[in-house]
Design a protein around this ligand. Structure first.
Ligand code: DX5
Ligand code: ZN
Length: 217
């Protein structure tokens, strides 16, 4: 279970995205939050900016789609070259088809669950995904407080993943910082999204390195 760090550009300076991306060369992924102002009460960016980032970034892109119609849009993000595309279970009406489509287009397929969504009903989908994303805040904004109540679910999700062979990555997103990352790692997460904890730091590269060493324990 190798630790991976995925800085979220939601907390970066959107006017200087190329520089902000270059500031985290020691990260594993670049987490890009696509929000449509319907699934979540916030609006960020879409396909054209993801395409621009793909050209500007040396890191692979981890696209987190917080949109009402992921079945319609997710394949397009895989098609342009995102390394990973994650859809929300609460928003998808045909997750099996969409996840298979993402994979067939060469991207890793991710399934995201909000804090109040139980993981057990998705046990049968674990064979269809490469990553399970557990939200540790309500989706929509950076800089929110980590929800401790999700920790038991992280543990249970790790158990389900192990029963399926242990190949699926377990990502946590929201309020992940030097104060909370160890608890997440202990509970079984292995991919850590961090927005404000990285882009709110003066030295972004040092922030990534210290999160990684805390997660590695
Ligand atoms: C929130 C987004 C997160 C956000 C996390 O809905 O999915 O990726 O950027 O920000 P922090 O790490 O500041 O909580
Ligand atoms: Zn996210």
């Amino acid at each position: 279970m190798a630790v991976q760090i995925s800085p979220s550009i939601l907390s970066a300076d959107f006017a200087r995205l190329a520089d902000e991306v270059a500031a985290v060369p020691n990260a594993d992924w670049l987490h890009v939050d696509v929000m449509d102002n319907h699934f979540v009460p916030n609006l960020t960016l879409g396909l054209p900016i993801v395409e621009a980032l793909l050209k500007a970034a040396a890191l692979p892109i981890d696209c987190h789609l917080m949109i009402t119609d992921p079945d319609r849009w997710a394949p397009a993000y895989a098609e342009v070259g995102a390394g990973s595309v994650t859809i929300h279970a609460e928003a998808s009406s045909a997750p099996v088809r969409t996840l298979r489509e993402i994979r067939s287009l060469g991207a890793r397929a991710g399934l995201a669950l909000n804090p109040a969504t139980a993981v057990e009903p998705y046990d049968d989908l674990i064979g269809e995904i490469d990553m399970l994303l557990l939200m540790t805040v309500e989706p929509g904004f950076g800089g929110q407080k980590f929800l401790d109540m999700v920790l038991p679910k992280i543990r249970r999700a790790r158990g389900l993943i192990e029963r399926h062979g242990g190949e699926v990555w377990l990502q946590v997103d929201g309020g992940v910082s030097a104060d909370t990352i160890e608890r997440c790692a202990e509970a079984g997460a292995d991919v850590f999204v961090a927005g404000s904890a990285v882009y709110g730091a003066d030295d972004r590269e040092a922030a990534v390195a210290s999160l990684r060493s805390l997660a590695e324990g």
